[in-house]
Design a protein around this ligand. Structure first.
Ligand SMILES: *[C@@H]1O[C@H](CO)[C@@H](O)[C@H](O)[C@H]1NC(C)=O
Ligand SMILES: *[C@@H]1O[C@H](CO)[C@@H](O)[C@H](O)[C@H]1NC(C)=O
Length: 430
């Protein structure tokens, strides 16, 4: 009797020990990924940094001298804590459109040597602390509370985005039109002149999705739209329960993203240039480009390979551009070169119709493994982390599906820990 209960106690102890060691192992294994720094430490440190740059004595900036004390909107008084009371001035009107890390004047003043052909001038370049304005951007004169969704998909207050040159420039392409106090979006685009909804339905039809619904019974949920204009494509996907992130550079149509955001559509200023997009691998089920004017063949297909990285297994790339249908020599040349490139990337044509081609990415690594040795583009190095994105340079390589490697490592660790624990449990004096 006694022996048996002893035995079960020992077994209980052993299993508790196994679980405990396993948890410690998990903690060490995953904890070590942050260079030994906990998220909390990091968070509080960056908060302090933020605090010091915003609250510190930046009185001497060129703006600070112009500020009107009476316009201060923000006072901080921590009394005895030793933090000096401080307030934020309102920026003057020249800075009403300031986007700190995408500021062309700053690039000019810092004399950055940027490669325009690589679009580096549309990437982020942030000011040093002493060059930050630390002021509040005022709303434009006559600013109104934005129109509510879903009406905001189709109209916004003109006063909130007082730039109408895009409306004039793109009026023939049905992007938007001025109407009294409002700017109205008929849902058109350079490519989908007759409306984004019809265009979206035609993409769904091309893929044989039920009811011409691009969301394919809930399987297609996230979309990345590159070179999005005023983001009408993304706007019309919302009613299909699809969330699109729209991306456009701060280029000649510099306020296109402002229109998108005023409409209430997820969008950000960015570019396919030299740095990875700020998303981990396998983030989107469909990428879309209609007349996005990107040269996909440049630099060994590096930009197309970046799209490939953020696409999920079996993800689509819908491409509507003259190269997909035009018959002149130049477009045919580009089409042939692109077809050859995506073939080596293991993409297949899912459908091609009406000036649009939709490619699909493979579901597994099999096709990559079957390529002839030396086929370009190469697979990425095994130590490349496809989910490291912030400030990471793009590379012209294919990101294979690599989770299996980590899983095997993980299981091997667990077995080693378990065996050593068992051994020590038997030697344990009881
Ligand atoms: C596709 O093209 C055909 C013929 O060229 C045309 O009849 C049809 O309306 C087009 N469909 C869409 C959705 O544009
Ligand atoms: C859609 O259906 C047509 C006709 O049945 C077929 O030829 C085509 O391959 C299908 N396309 C896709 C992407 O499944």
């Amino acid at each position: 009797m006694r022996g048996r209960s002893d035995g079960s106690q020992k077994r209980l102890l052993t299993s508790v020990g196994v679980v405990a060691v396993f948890l410690v192992f998990l903690y060490v294994y995953f904890g070590s990924k942050g260079n030994g720094e906990s998220a909390l430490e990091y968070g509080s440190r960056s908060l302090r940094k933020l605090g010091s740059s915003y609250l510190g004595g930046d009185e001497d900036t060129d703006l600070g001298s112009k500020q009107d004390e009476s316009s201060s909107k923000f006072g901080l008084e921590y009394g005895d804590d030793g933090i000096i009371p401080k307030s934020f001035p309102v920026c003057d009107d020249r800075h009403s459109e300031l986007i700190p890390c995408l500021d062309r004047h700053l690039i000019y003043q810092m004399r950055l040597k940027l490669d325009l052909s690589l679009m580096e001038h549309y990437e982020r370049h942030c000011p040093l602390p002493e060059r930050r304005y630390n002021c509040l951007i005022p709303p434009p004169p006559g600013y109104k509370v934005p129109i509510k969704w879903p009406r905001s998909r189709d109209e916004v207050w003109k006063a909130n985005i007082p730039h109408t040159h895009l409306a004039h420039e793109k009026s023939d392409q049905n992007w938007m039109v001025e109407k009294g106090e409002k700017i109205v979006f008929p849902g058109g685009g350079t490519h989908f002149h007759y409306g984004a909804d019809k265009y979206i339905a035609s993409l769904a039809n091309m893929l044989n999705f039920t009811n011409s619904n691009l969301n394919n019974e809930g399987r297609l949920r996230t979309v990345l739209d590159v070179g999005c204009g005023v983001a009408s494509f993304g706007a019309y996907l919302l009613s299909s329960d699809i969330i699109a992130m729209s991306l456009a550079p701060n280029d000649v149509h510099q306020n296109q993203i402002q229109f998108a955001l005023e409409r209430g559509i997820p969008a950000y200023l960015g570019v396919l240039g030299t740095k990875r997009l700020p998303y981990p691998s396998r983030s989107f089920e469909l990428a879309h480009c209609s007349r996005c004017r990107i040269d996909w063949l440049q630099r060994d297909g590096i930009l197309l390979l970046e799209l490939d990285r953020v696409l999920r297994p079996g993800g689509y790339f819908a491409y509507s551009s003259p190269e997909a249908y035009a018959q002149d020599e130049e477009d045919l040349r580009i089409w042939r070169a692109m077809s050859a490139l995506v073939d080596r990337m293991c993409w297949k044509i899912a459908a091609k119709k009406n000036q649009t081609v939709i490619w699909v990415k493979p579901l597994t690594n099999d096709c990559y493994m079957e390529r002839e040795p030396g086929t370009q583009p190469p697979l990425c190095r095994s130590d490349d982390d496809p989910d490291a994105v912030w400030g990471v340079a793009m590379e012209a390589c294919i990101t294979p599906y690599s989770d299996r490697k980590y899983l095997i490592l993980f299981i091997a660790h667990a077995i080693v820990v378990f065996l050593s624990l068992k051994a020590s449990a038997y030697n344990m004096p009881v």
